[in-house]
Design a protein around this ligand. Structure first.
Ligand code: 13P
Ligand code: SF4
Length: 385
């Protein structure tokens, strides 16, 4: 997909409209420090746990997507929020911050392949088909944070909520509560990560896998029958994370065979069979907290993005931390934000230029805000995360 002269709409930011510093510039760290010092309280830098170390070093706060959404909303005084993460996170930050604040994504090509698996036109078509099938009245949409602002807006318009991997259990419980909870007849349309939806339903809520169907947006009626839709409780969008979807049950077995006493901990974006074999499951924040609380000498095989796993090794040298699956790579879009892009974004601000602002169209932002506010209003943390 990426490269000169292709579809520029799908390649936001491939052409960097500025003088990007050379990655080999030995003065990059000093330049980032100087620019940040010059900007003082005017800039607030957020860093997702999957970001490179060279970028995390300059983050004022680090976190998972839930924590970063709350942090962005809690910084009304910083005119510029530099978001070291991916596009959907920066969109959410823009929606949750005031008109006077600008959210900046240092490289616009930092998207998310999972978020791209659900286009708003496909989701609208799906809803129309659910209406025609006579099931839409029982359906509440729950949209993972990893989705476009337009899909969050759709969720807001249809009385649903956004969730993250930290609060998916609470969000599902809320969505089902109107129609009798787990034992009732309510349904959830879960977008766009089928694995998080399935894992939360089956593992956290104790629901049956037989109640889950997968909606394929490329097939009429999602590839399902009206009867299957009527019987289902969880309608899972056919999307997945291209990083977490690659962890395998074989890797879990290999870790157990080769590392005495190993504890396997994975992110809930992993496939259900992998999650079933793990000892612990949780969002990035939860993974960090669990390892931090373990006794020295504990062996861990960690199934999440590699930047975070490497950092865990540095943070907890007294524990034995390995990466669960040797065939899994860094998240390529998270890795787009590197030190040259961060320096470019910060130095441009020092020069009075705002580069790569993320601005969600007002009506979309207003509808998406309804779903994001619903998420922030969910009852306190009740999930295992
Ligand atoms: P969390 O930050 O919710 O753990 O999500 C992980 C992820 O894949 C972000 O893109
Ligand atoms: Fe998207 Fe997966 Fe990368 Fe997160 S780790 S940004 S879900 S592709």
């Amino acid at each position: 997909m990426l490269g000169r002269g292709r579809d520029l709409h799908s390649e936001r930011g491939v052409e960097c409209p500025g003088d990007l510093p050379a990655p080999s510039d030995p003065g990059l760290v000093e330049r980032a420090r100087a620019a940040k010092a010059a900007l003082g309280d005017k800039v607030f830098v957020l860093g997702h746990h999957y970001q490179r170390d060279e970028v995390i070093e300059f983050a004022d706060v680090t976190g998972d997507s839930f924590k970063l959404a709350k942090e962005a909303a809690a910084r009304p005084d910083a005119p510029w929020i530099v978001f070291c993460g991916v596009h959907f996170m920066a969109e959410s930050a823009d929606i949750l911050t005031s008109e006077d604040q600008t959210v900046i994504l240092p490289d616009l090509a930092a998207g998310c392949s999972m978020a791209d698996m659900a286009a708003i036109a496909q989701v609208e078509d799906c809803w129309d088909e659910l209406v025609e099938a006579g099931v839409a009245d029982a359906v509440v949409p729950v949209t993972y944070m990893n989705s476009s602002a337009a899909i969050k807006a759709f969720t807001g318009r249809h009385g649903g909520t956004v969730c993250t991997s930290s609060n998916a259990r609470t969000a599902l419980t809320w969505a089902l509560s109107e129609r009798g909870g787990l034992e009732g007849d309510g349904k959830v349309l879960f977008l766009p990560d089928q694995h998080l939806g399935r894992n939360t339903w089956a593992r956290d809520l104790g629901g049956s896998l037989d109640d889950c169907v997968v909606w394929d947006p490329h097939r009429p009626l999602g590839g399902l029958t009206v009867e299957e839709l009527r019987a289902a409780r969880m309608i899972l969008w056919r999307g997945h994370c291209s990083v977490h979807g690659r962890f395998t049950t074989e890797a879990v077995a290999a870790a157990r065979a080769t590392i005495p006493g190993v504890r396997v901990i994975v992110h809930p974006e992993c496939r259900h069979e992998v999650v079933e074999l793990a000892d612990e499951v949780g969002s990035t924040e939860r993974i960090i907290q669990t390892i931090a609380a373990a006794p020295d000498g504990t062996a861990w095989a960690v199934g999440t993005e590699l930047n975070l796993v490497q950092r865990l090794g540095q943070m907890f040298p007294a524990q034995r931390i390995t990466f669960l699956e040797k065939n899994v790579c860094y998240c390529s879009t998270m890795n787009r934000i590197d030190l040259p892009h961060l320096v470019w974004a910060l130095e441009s601000l020092v020069d009075g230029r705002v580069v790569n602002p993320i601005r969600v169209e007002p009506q979309v932002a207003a509808d998406a805000r309804v779903a994001l506010d619903q998420m922030l209003a969910l009852p306190g943390e009740t999930s295992k995360d």
